[in-house]
Structure formats: structure tokens, C-alpha cells
Design a protein around this ligand. Structure first.
Ligand code: MF3
Ligand code: CO
Length: 266
């Protein structure tokens, strides 16, 4: 989405609050990944995400945002983003499902997404997931003081297109903070960015979120006014992290290593 409302630089203290918001998001996504298997509905996933978010002291961020009717976005196969959870949507063996979740904690937003296989998936889908996640990490590597938004875009796009996939143009990453969507926009493609895209500054926090299609980059919105699908109905993947620009380099706020055993206190 791209309803930007200004660039807001964050203090170290604010970044730590955002870390907490994003840790809630990371834990919700980690839990969803565990429960995903054939037969589970996206409605069930929505309910679990809501419960876990509340248990961790957060408020689901997407519910009611421009009228969005759920807490989770769950987008299956050819659905790119903003799939609305439903009792009728049952995950099947071989599906891929993109899970996008946001949480508010102490006035700050966390935002992240993963794409998860349901059971065993076919080789090309596996490649799509791998390349999309790698593209996100390549983008994050560029999230350094003094670099530009275009450096992120270029790193993402090059990795995706070298693998023979395409990046979505219609939707982009964004600044994140006390608003879900702040400036700057963070596209995953360089076309139109020119030589002077926004410079990355200390204290910026951005959500980098490549949406990668197996076929055409073109997408359309379904009649429900939310679900974005690929025009050719080929599969799509989505990975997202919220990343702070710091003197020590990129700080991935939405990273969670389940082995570390950290806690988020209420
Ligand atoms: N993570 C998405 C984004 O960055 C989800 C927002 S969609 C809505 O734009 F459901 F909140 F509207
Ligand atoms: Co986002």
C-alpha cells in the first residue's frame, strides 16, 4: 500500500519499541508456520494470529485499516497480497500461502510477511519461495546509511529477474513507525526511480517487501476489493521485514529465532 504520510526518523528508544511490536509479529508468523498443514482454513489462521497477538500484549494492526475485515492477510497460490481469511479457504497439499501480519505495540507498528509451503510443494514453487526470501535479504543488505531506496530496489529486482521471475509494480514497501505506511515508498523495481531516489538516513525504519510472480508482473484486484491476484493466475510469493537504518547497519526488527527464547513483556 502507499498511503505515505511523511518521513519520520526514530530515536534509539523508539526503535526498541518497534522491535517489540515486530517481535510480536514474528512470533505470530512463527506460530502460524507451525500450524499450517492440509485441511486448515485461513479463517483458523486469522483467529490464531489475533489470539497470539493479544496474548503478547499487541493489537492486530490490519483489522479495520481502510475497512480491512480481518487481522491477517492470507494469500494462496495466485493471490499476491491482501487475501481475506475465510472459512471456505481450506489449505491443500502443494499450496503456497503468503501470511502478512501487523501489530501495534505502545503506539508503534510492526509489519512482516512470510510465504509458507503446505505439505510438499513442486520444484518451481520451492524455487519461487527461495528466490523471494533471498531477494528480501539482498534488499536488506542495502539498507545502510547513505545508500538510496534505489539500491534496495536494484538488489531485489536483479536477484528476482536473474532467476526468471518478475517483481510486482502495483504494490511497494514503505516507511513504518507510528503509522503503518510512512514515507518513503520502497519499490522492488528501479524503473521510474531515476538517480535521486530517497537517501537512507539514520533512524529511518522501512518495510521491505518483495512480491514476486512466477509469470507476468501484472496483477489485478478481485471483486472483494482486496484480494490481489496475478493476471495470468500463476503463483506469487511475498516476504517482508521491518528494518531500521542504524550506525551498525541494517537492524531487522521482525527477525525471530525460536531457539533464542526471548520474551515480550506486557
Ligand atoms: N503488510 C501490508 C502492507 O504493508 C498489509 C496492509 S493491508 C491491510 O501494506 F490489510 F492492512 F490493509
Ligand atoms: Co508492509
Amino acid at each position: 500500500m502507499s498511503t505515505a504520510s511523511g518521513v519520520f526518523l526514530k530515536t534509539a528508544e523508539e526503535i526498541e519499541l518497534m522491535r517489540k511490536a515486530n517481535l510480536i509479529v514474528a512470533k505470530v508468523l512463527g506460530q502460524l508456520r507451525e500450524v499450517i498443514k492440509p485441511g486448515v482454513t485461513t479463517f483458523q489462521l486469522d483467529k490464531i494470529s489475533e489470539q497470539t497477538c493479544h496474548d503478547l500484549g499487541g493489537v492486530p494492526a490490519f483489522k479495520g485499516y481502510y475497512g480491512y475485515p480481518a487481522s491477517l492477510c492470507a494469500s494462496i497460490n495466485e493471490e499476491v497480497v491482501h487475501g481475506i481469511p475465510s472459512r471456505k479457504r481450506i489449505l491443500r497439499e502443494g499450496d503456497i500461502v503468503s501470511l502478512d501480519f501487523g501489530a501495534i505495540y505502545q503506539g508503534f507498528y510492526g509489519d512482516a510477511a512470510i510465504t509458507v509451503p503446505v505439505g510438499t510443494i513442486k520444484g518451481r514453487n520451492c524455487e519461487l519461495l527461495k528466490i523471494t526470501e533471498e531477494a528480501l535479504l539482498k534488499g536488506i543488505e542495502q539498507a545502510q546509511i547513505g545508500k538510496r531506496v534505489a539500491d534496495i530496489a536494484k538488489a531485489v529486482q536483479t536477484h528476482v529477474e536473474t532467476a526468471g521471475f518478475s517483481v510486482v509494480r502495483q504494490y511497494v514497501g514503505h516507511g513504518v513507525g507510528a503509522h503503518l505506511h510512512e514515507e518513503p515508498e520502497v519499490p522492488n523495481y528501479v524503473e521510474g526511480l531515476g538517480k535521486s531516489s530517497p537517501r537512507l538516513k539514520k533512524g529511518m525504519v522501512i518495510a521491505i517487501e518483495p512480491m514476486v510472480n512466477m509469470g507476468t508482473h501484472k496483477v489485478k484486484v478481485l471483486e472483494d476489493q482486496w484480494t490481489v491476484v496475478t493476471q495470468d493466475r500463476k503463483p506469487s510469493a511475498h516476504f517482508e521485514h521491518s528494518v531500521a537504518i542504524t550506525e551498525d547497519g541494517p537492524y531487522i526488527l521482525s527477525l525471530w529465532d525460536p531457539g533464542v527464547g526471548d520474551t515480550v513483556e506486557r
